[in-house]
Design a binder for this molecule. Structure first.
Ligand code: DGJ
Length: 721
């Protein structure tokens, strides 16, 4: 079985790699974090350090003593959860990974990639560990590749993106879970010996119950400004598993990656199995610092066009559902004009002729405009919108098919469903077998042609309203273990092809609310829909949850009629993210329209700070009956502060709020903005000027004056020149 190593080096193109000395250290570092691996004399790879960068590099030599196996394989000596498990073509269920070589290259002055190659001395199997460091953002991205040259396929039953070890006295995990309409509820608990797993088996729309994003705090729970922790997030829209195992010596082994559940993956000889990336930041300065690191990274590297402005929009879903026609829509355009938004987004219900999409039982897959509802087709609507100086966007759910559709009738073999079983519907629909290249082409062509035929389409909302159940891929035949993984790889592949053709079209990632929010998907999307729950009180929590890991310009936050709060409160809540509307403008009073139009103008003026500034969470709604957060511009010349009073009780004590992210030496004038028309601020701080030092040391009494539950205020802080 053994092949000479030099052969592998040539096959895998690493011939020029720096060859390591025995005992040599491999250092993966950002400006403030270091991850060190050590190669032992028997060429095993160990993680010897993950933590704050040491001031004196010579001290790194002392770290070799602490040795935890890096990327441990199952089947040999180790008795805890493995990073990888492989059953070879001859049935041998073990893998012995030894260091062969590594290289490091600087992609640019900020980004460096380290590749460490491991190999089994007896079987022609190679595993490459990749680490990309983003120096300024203090973020590390880690992923793994596996390949082999055995005569027949091998079976992979575990395939972590990352395995990292921690040594602390205690560990706390902050997780984010929920359901449809209750996404991203934050919970923190202390880990105990044994395994805690955050996972998903939903296939697609996989983060509906649980997010693959978390904080892991070491020694003591972290707060916003203090505490040692890592914030981690897996870039994968499919089944995931993040496991945290504390062993008998109180060490924590953290393994993140795709969920091995029902996914024994057959890997063909010569093919590369690439895991999704695990992205993390390590800090000793609390969750706020971790969030800001991830936000900066996301805007620069993680999200499509993360440094570019976003469009404000009016969506028609909550206003009309599928009950509309051409005239109704054109009338809604007037509403969009009254609000002053950039774009009108046409939601579900515009397609299907043999089986028109009048309810959610029909037409998915038949992506032709409904001739009865829209006699002029999409082209007419695009023109009509453009004439009203509005851009036009459209909803699609490309991965799905309705049992009542022409697509279903024509291609029953294009659908994921179990043989010899009843079809299993969720929202009355089925999922297409994306693994089939013909299906991939169908989806690609459908989206591409829609955009080519209607070059005026300026925005897409890409929805996904069910998970994978009772799944079987007719295309995969005997390799059903590959289904969950290949489905999502195929999805990303379609998106990649579309992006090659339409690199900058804004696309919203939606999955029946926030069912799919991760950096694997967000590479191809400009924003996401956090939840179908648009009640502004609920949204304070939901948006707060997402903002831990995703920057504000990705968090679509719409003003709707759901919830009983004032329009002012609903608008202020939408402003903390990427503001939009989903409301019947016709039902608003002239006063409300005036306020909303002014609010859109205000938002456009301050959105630079909200989208590209640094987020500081000042008072958590999980700790008090209010939520206070602010964004400060990177040059500290301006800031926007949001104060939301929730369901508090009479005489509830609310302390002063210490601001953050300001220049202590600068003086800032505070103005309340987004006021109701023809009203003056009742906030005591309106119009006052303080030094940044005062604001950050003494703070503001935001609860002075007339206050009531479910009211809010937005303040702008401008530094004096
Ligand atoms: C679920 C989404 O979350 C909603 O915003 C809407 O687009 C519907 N799907 C349409 O079916």
């Amino acid at each position: 079985m053994t092949k000479p190593i030099s052969c592998f080096l040539m096959i895998f193109g690493l011939a020029t790699a720096v060859s390591a000395q025995h005992g040599k250290q491999i250092v993966v570092a950002t400006k403030s974090t270091t991850l060190i691996f050590t190669v032992s004399t028997d060429q095993k790879l160990y993680q010897s350090y993950l933590g704050q960068k040491l001031t004196n590099p010579a001290d790194q030599d002392l770290l070799t003593a602490s040795r935890k196996g890096a990327y441990i394989a199952a089947g040999m000596e180790d008795l805890f959860e493995p990073a990888i498990r492989m059953v070879h073509a001859d049935g041998n269920p073990s893998l012995d990974l030894r260091y062969v070589t590594h290289n490091q290259h600087q992609d640019d002055e900020n980004v460096t990639t380290t590749n460490i190659m491991l190999q089994d001395p007896k079987y022609p199997v190679e595993v490459v560990l990749h680490f990309t460091t983003y120096n300024q953002e203090n973020v590390i991205k880690e992923w793994t590749e596996v390949r082999h040259h055995e005569k027949k396929p091998v079976t992979l039953t575990n395939y972590a993106s990352s395995m990292l070890h921690f040594e602390a006295s205690k560990y706390w995990l902050s997780q984010f879970d929920g359901d449809y309409m209750t996404e991203m509820r934050m919970k923190e608990s202390q880990l105990t010996p044994g395994i805690k797993i955050l996972d998903s088996k939903l296939g697609t729309r996989a983060q509906m119950y649980r997010s693959p994003s978390f904080y892991l705090s070491l020694n003591k729970p972290s707060d916003e400004n203090s505490g040692e922790l890592i914030a981690g997030t897996l870039a994968w829209s499919g089944n995931f598993q993040c496991s945290f195992e504390i062993d008998q010596q109180n060490s924590l082994r953290m393994i993140t990656g795709m969920n091995p559940y029902a996914s024994e993956y057959k890997l063909l000889p010569g093919k590369t199995f690439e895991t999704p990336a695990f992205i993390f930041t390590y800090t000793k300065s609390g969750k706020g610092d971790a969030t800001r690191n991830l936000h900066r990274w996301a805007r620069n590297y993680g999200v499509l066009d993360g440094n570019k402005p976003r469009l404000t929009l009016l969506n028609n879903w909550e206003a009309t559902h599928m009950d509309f026609n051409q005239d109704v829509l054109v009338e809604l355009f007037d509403g969009a004009n009254k609000l002053g938004v950039d774009l009108f987004l046409l939601d579900d219900g515009w397609f299907g002729n043999k089986y028109p999409r009048d309810a959610d039982k029909t037409a998915l897959g038949d992506w032709q405009a409904d001739r009865k509802k829209l006699p002029g087709g999409i082209g007419y609507l695009v023109n009509a919108a453009n004439k009203k100086h509005l851009q036009f966007g459209i909803w699609l759910e490309p991965e799905m098919v309705s049992p009542k559709s022409e697509l279903y009738e024509k291609h029953p073999d294009w659908i994921l469903k179990l043989p010899n079983r009843e079809e299993s519907y969720s929202r009355n629909q089925l999922v297409l077998d994306l693994i089939n290249p013909k299906v991939q082409d169908f989806i690609y062509d459908m989206v591409n042609e829609l955009l080519i035929k209607n070059p005026g389409i300026a925005f897409i909302k890409w929805d996904c309203n069910r998970m994978l159940t009772n799944s079987y891929s007719p295309f995969l035949k005997d390799n059903q273990g590959n289904l969950f993984i290949d489905y999502n790889r195929s999805l990303f592949d379609i998106l990649r092809r579309l992006r090659e053709k339409h690199p900058h079209l804004p696309i919203m990632l939606c999955a029946g609310g926030g069912g799919r929010v991760d950096y694997g998907g967000l590479k191809y999307f400009t924003e996401f829909w956090p939840s179908d729950n648009t009640d502004a009180l609920e949204r304070v929590f939901i948006q707060w949850g997402y903002l831990n890991f995703f920057p504000s310009l990705t968090v679509s936050s719409h003003v709707t009629s759901m919830g009983k709060q004032s329009l002012k409160f609903r608008t202020d809540v939408a402003m903390m993210g990427k503001m939009g509307y989903d409301i019947r403008v016709k039902n608003l009073t002239p006063e409300e329209i005036k306020f909303s139009n002014q609010a859109v103008k205000t938002y456009k003026r301050i959105s630079e700070v909200i989208w590209f500034g640094d987020l500081y969470r000042l008072v958590s709604p999980y700790e008090e009956n209010r939520a206070v957060l602010m964004y400060a511009s990177p040059d500290k010349s301006s800031a926007v502060l949001f104060n939301y009073l929730l369901n508090f009780r009479r005489k509830e004590y609310m302390g002063k709020v210490l601001l953050q992210g300001l220049d202590p030496m600068k003086r800032y004038q505070i103005r309340e903005i987004n006021l109701l028309p023809d009203t003056k601020s009742t906030q005591a701080e309106d119009g006052k000027t303080y030094s940044g030092d005062y604001l950050m040391t003494v703070g503001l009494n935001l609860s002075a004056g007339k206050i009531a539950p479910l009211t809010s205020a937005v303040f702008e802080l401008i530094a004096e020149k």
